[in-house]
Write a protein that binds this ligand. Structure first.
Ligand SMILES: CC(C)(COP(=O)(O)OP(=O)(O)OC[C@H]1O[C@@H](n2cnc3c(N)ncnc32)[C@H](O)[C@@H]1OP(=O)(O)O)[C@@H](O)C(=O)NCCC(=O)NCCS
Length: 154
């Protein structure tokens, strides 16, 4: 498994995974392309052999970060790839002086909630209809949380 920065030429594969995963809520090509150009965003990809199998988007603004997307291809789930990618992002934000990380999760998305809670994220607020017809939990991770083992990996 290799974690690297995603590049424009990965977009076709990323869009294919994104559409299968999120269907009508999938991000569009234009949304991804804008993020590639914006220095606030870091775009990660994970390869298994020569195949891109996961990606994530991290937004960092001074001492706050936001995980805006984290997706593992359906055929590659439950192999610790999501956790590995999340650890990578948490190490990066810790090293760049970030104090808190935020994200939103669909309230029905039990795998993602379990992953984030395993890393020490705590539920903050419920956002009704955040995803149109479903609600979202906002989660926050304080980098001082001792449960955040990745925050100490440096
Ligand atoms: C959420 C997601 C990224 C997890 O990736 P993954 O590589 O399958 O997860 P991992 O194998 O790294 O699992 C790490 C931890 O996540 C949790 N987890 C992952 N899948 C789970 C599942 N199906 N049920 C319950 N817990 C799960 C567990 O806590 C697990 O730790 P454990 O194995 O010690 O129990 C993946 O399911 C996915 O891509 N989902 C669709 C996209 C999405 O919803 N992204 C998050 C919203 S931004």
């Amino acid at each position: 498994m290799n974690i690297r920065l995603a590049a424009q030429h990965d977009l076709k594969t990323i869009l294919a995974i994104e559409r299968v995963c999120f269907k009508k809520n999938a991000w569009t090509k234009d949304m991804f392309t804008d993020m590639f150009k914006d220095p606030m965003y870091t775009f990660f990809a994970v390869d298994s052999g020569d195949r891109l199998v996961a990606y994530a988007v991290l937004k960092t603004v001074e001492q706050e970060a936001e995980i805006d997307n984290l997706v593992v291809h359906g055929d590659f789930r439950r192999r610790r790839i999501g956790e590995l990618l999340l650890d990578k992002m948490l190490v990066q934000v810790t090293q760049s002086g970030v104090k808190e990380v935020f994200l939103e999760v669909d309230t029905d998305n039990l795998p993602a909630m379990a992953l984030y809670e395993k890393k020490g994220f705590k539920k903050l607020t419920l956002r009704k209809n955040y995803y149109g017809d479903s609600d979202a939990w906002t989660y926050r991770l304080s980098m001082y949380n001792p449960q955040c083992t990745s925050c100490n990996l440096k």
